[in-house]
Design a protein around this ligand. Structure first.
Ligand code: GLC
Length: 520
């Protein structure tokens, strides 16, 4: 019996549409640009696409400030282009999920324009207005309340002041937002990523958050009243019922201030299908990278997710983080990038791969004067923002890396002359082929999809585990270090499936990634 389920057993590939492929020469990626790349994506071996927001947006947070939930930004194309993209993706067996940004809208959304126009406007209560602010802080810096002169009240915004938080307690808002999900499912979208979903509800009395130790003003508060309120669970039940009224739809939540415990509480048969726990990336200022720490993180999430019966997700890179290849690799060496990809694609959980991760794209260096991202402008130089990981996809060594005929909205990484899809596709030893091989092994061997995770004892500097099901057992062994290491021989006969090194013996070569299957 074929029990393959795309969102559980497959791999989801995140496209940041502004930076993927520009079809009309305006320096911004767009939907018609993605369509001719679908064959590439299908051939790579991924199963689904997640598009970062494609809706009309004034771009104060680069698409995460939505001014119309049921349309496509004209710079990205039209609804007809979108329908074509979905149909062409489906033709190739690729599913497609959209990013729903429903904690807040843009301040240019018609709802907010109405809401701010008068205290007695019928949409006034669609947002959160008060005479006096409390002590809440915006996650992108500054206070979470903005005074609006014309009507003499403050409105709440947990992100930039151009992203007012909607009032999910208002039944009309709830209905309008759920309608947007329906709108896209009627256009055959397969699922949704929910942006900061656990911030939708705020405590009704808006009490001050208590203090705690932290770096930024935002971190010096315990976020007990502005996020994770109990009303979220009944809403998730309602949303799930709506999703389940269509065949095989999927939801994955971006857990704001994630922890595995918090994440699993939002998932289940009548809640979200999955949510991010960010086990390897949750500390945004420093990113530990050693096998001991990684093993502990895996053990923690395995225990919590297993106990809750929730299927985990694995993230190494996304549009909010420095890319894994930039965090862990030295210069243009790809040894650590290979390791990060091996973990992404062999741990238990749905892998979310970020565009360009398959070729080890690095973050661009952005000068202070070039920073576009709001938190980067606010916190430079402590935090340089997220522009670095959003640079144009490196397709080939032609003009603008084959991304656009015009100057791209963010600079292309200067390494594109060597690091690009075309060059790596032509080199059987490239990271691209390594990624492709891992993707194909994952697809071929069910143990790499649904198998249990069993850690093995291994020498310092290495990490080893089995992914096992009764009829199949696969070994993953990784050497993080630059020296050859003894590797404990395993019982039984093992057949090599993949090694980043030619000779595979009783030792692990420097930085080796090895996969082997037990022969029966
Ligand atoms: C999420 C998004 C991020 C965005 C923020 C506000 O964290 O991933 O890119 O800036 O929400 O919408």
């Amino acid at each position: 019996m074929n029990t393959y389920l795309w969102w559980r057993d497959g791999v989801i590939y995140q496209i940041y549409p502004r930076s993927f492929a520009d079809s009309n020469g305006d320096g911004l990626g767009d939907l018609p640009g993605i369509i001719p790349r679908l064959d590439y994506l299908a051939d790579l071996g991924i199963d689904a696409l997640w598009l970062s927001p494609i809706y009309p947006s004034p771009d104060r947070d680069f698409g995460y400030d939505v001014s119309d939930y049921c349309n496509v930004d004209p710079r990205y194309g039209t609804l007809a282009d979108f329908d074509r993209l979905v149909a062409e993706a489906h033709d190739r067996g690729l599913h497609l999920i959209l990013d729903m940004v429903m904690n807040h809208t843009s301040d240019q959304h018609a709802w907010f324009q109405e809401s701010r126009s008068a205290r007695d406007n019928p949409k006034r209560d669609w947002y959160i207005w008060r005479n006096q602010p409390n002590n809440w802080q915006a996650s992108f810096g500054g206070k979470a309340w903005e005074f609006d002169q014309p009507t003499g009240q403050y409105y709440l915004h947990l992100f930039t002041k151009e992203q007012p938080d909607v009032n999910w307690r208002n039944p009309a808002v709830r209905q309008a937002q759920l309608e947007a999900f329906r709108f896209w499912m009627d256009r055959s979208v397969d699922g949704f990523r929910l942006d900061v979903f656990n911030a939708y509800f705020k405590h009704p009395d808006l009490p001050d958050n208590p203090p705690k130790f932290g770096l930024r003003a935002f971190d010096r508060q315990k976020h007990i009243y502005d996020i994770d309120q109990p009303e979220m669970l009944p809403l998730l039940n309602e949303l799930r019922a709506l999703l389940d009224s269509y065949p095989e739809r999927y939801s994955v939540g971006e857990t704001y201030q994630a922890s595995p415990q918090k994440t699993v509480a939002y998932c289940g048969p009548d809640k979200l299908h999955a949510a991010f726990s960010f086990d390897f990336t949750s500390n945004e200022l420093s990113f530990p990278w050693n096998p001991g720490w990684i093993k502990e993180q895996i053990a923690r999430r395995e225990q919590i997710f297993n106990k809750a019966g929730v299927w985990p997700t694995t993230v190494m890179s996304n549009h909010d983080l420095p890319r894994a290849a930039s965090r862990y690799a030295k210069g243009e060496q790809d040894a650590q990038a290979r390791i990060a990809l091996a973990l992404l694609l062999t741990l238990r959980g749905t892998p979310f791969m970020y565009y360009g991760e398959e070729i080890g794209m690095r973050d661009i260096a952005v000068r202070r004067s070039e920073i576009l991202d709001p938190p980067g402008r606010k916190y430079w130089p402590i935090y340089k923002g997220r522009d670095g990981c959003r640079s144009p996809m490196q397709w080939d060594n032609g003009k603008n890396a084959g991304f656009s005929s015009a100057k791209p909205w963010l600079p292309v990484h200067p390494d594109y002359l060597q690091r690009n899809v075309a060059a790596q596709a032509a080199d059987p030893d490239s990271l691209f082929h390594f990624t492709k091989k891992l993707l194909s092994l994952r697809k071929t061997f069910p143990a790499l999809q649904g198998g249990d995770y069993n850690p093995l004892e291994s020498p310092p500097g290495t990490l080893a585990y089995l992914r096992s099901m009764p009829e199949q057992s696969i070994l993953v062994a990784i050497n993080f270090k630059s020296r050859t290491t003894e590797f404990v021989a395993l019982q039984g006969k093992w057949q090599l499936l993949l090694s980043s090194h030619e000779e595979s013996t009783g030792t692990l070569a420097p930085y080796e990634v090895r996969l082997a299957i037990k022969e029966s």
